[in-house]
Design a protein around this ligand. Sequence first.
Ligand SMILES: Cc1cc2nc3c(=O)[nH]c(=O)nc-3n(C[C@H](O)[C@H](O)[C@H](O)COP(=O)(O)OP(=O)(O)OC[C@H]3O[C@@H](n4cnc5c(N)ncnc54)[C@H](O)[C@@H]3O)c2cc1C
Length: 448
Amino acid sequence: MLHGKEETVILGGGVTGLAAGIASQGLVLEAEETPGGICASYYVGARSGKIYLQTPGHEPAFRFERGGGHWIFGGDPAVLHLISQVSPCQRYTRNSAVYFPQWDLYVPFPLQNHLAFLPKEVATKALAEMVARTGQLAENTTMDQWLASSFGPTLCELFFFPFHELYTAGLYRAIAPQDPYKTPFQITSVIRGALGLHQPMGYNQTFLYPEKGLDHLVRGLASGCRLRLSSPVSAIDAWEKTVFLEDGTAIPYQHLISTLPLDKTLALARLTPASRPDPATAVLVVNVGGVPGKHCPPYHWVYFPHSHSGFHRIGFYSNVVSHFLPEGNRKKFVSMYIERSFLPGDLPQGETLAATVQAVIQEATDLGFLKEPVAIHWNTISTAYTWRWPRSPWQQEAQNLLLENGIIPAGRFGRWTFQGIAESISQGLFIGALSAGLDRLLKNNRQL
Ligand SMILES: Cc1cc2nc3c(=O)[nH]c(=O)nc-3n(C[C@H](O)[C@H](O)[C@H](O)COP(=O)(O)OP(=O)(O)OC[C@H]3O[C@@H](n4cnc5c(N)ncnc54)[C@H](O)[C@@H]3O)c2cc1C
């Protein structure tokens, strides 16, 4: 079936694609039956365990997010203003920690700035190592080398190496460091923290969250778009400037914006850059609501250097805001998301996946976080964290190849870069407006 020609087509109805759709008024094609992508919310009935896409009127329900708690950090103030206009937000101060099971000890995040919380001999040794660090690293440094040179052997063995082993599914010994932004290092802050004079630091010290939930923001953005749901794209013919849907529909376009993962867009367009592709890791997000255990902590999220079942972070939706919990039962329950990373090819399936989820929930119960699970649901995100090999040209080469073929990549996964919601929305707005503006400009130029 041939669809009429579109000025702009946008692949993916996550927050980047929706923002691009608003700015360009192009057609947004989304594979799933709801918009929002990894930021989409859903509800699990507290009595029936049924999944709902909207608040069910007839039973209390837990609200979960597909990719685990999504808190809006950073971002251009003008974009944050726009977000708050679409969906009024509250600002929260981050309350997160690292958990050391051997001491049953929580140390506020970031660890390097809170040495005073560690046993004295460990803190003294770690401080001496960080003060003595030499700094200078070669261009092809790997993440483990960067961690070792920044934080020294004591903190690396205690936290950074085992945590990154879990978080990067073992890749941290081979990939380039990405985290100076996520893992800040300033020796003055380290010394102040060792003396118990810590200051807030890091990329997400405060964050915004919509008063009516992230789904309210997503619905608001989607209402400004021409959105076609349940429309998975199966191929791109860049030469003929046509997108094909799985149902056989062909949609000719003038401009194409893709928010799909960079490797996926290349594959759909049958384009292959010369260099070795950069890696990504997948994440299993286990959403659980239930009766809290005796040791359920008050933090927004907790990082784990060790866990038997392999998770690296547990976040607590309801410690940020109670409206994630079923109405009428808010004092009785807690809700949390547990994240476990995999190499994409190792993502478990079927019974193995169910057993992995069971093990993760059992460990949260053994830790005393959960007494009785009431609602359980899980999602796998096959491209969750994107990484680069040291000095890899792939990401740039891949983006250039798409641009040469008239496809504009956008968003965290589309550009294979670290990016939060606010930045993704900024980029979507910018690229959407650019494509609409370019179109007008070219038409005007033809009339000159
Ligand atoms: C585990 C995790 C936690 C995060 N936590 C935070 C946080 O707390 N705060 C924050 O600001 N950011 C966070 N982020 C980042 C944030 O999720 C992203 O910046 C943002 O959601 C990116 O949106 P997007 O629209 O670019 O991508 P996506 O949400 O992935 O949207 C892409 C869309 O494309 C669709 N699609 C895929 N294939 C096809 C196809 N063939 N045809 C049509 N459609 C298709 C998908 O269904 C999806 O809807 C987190 C990311 C991860 C992985």
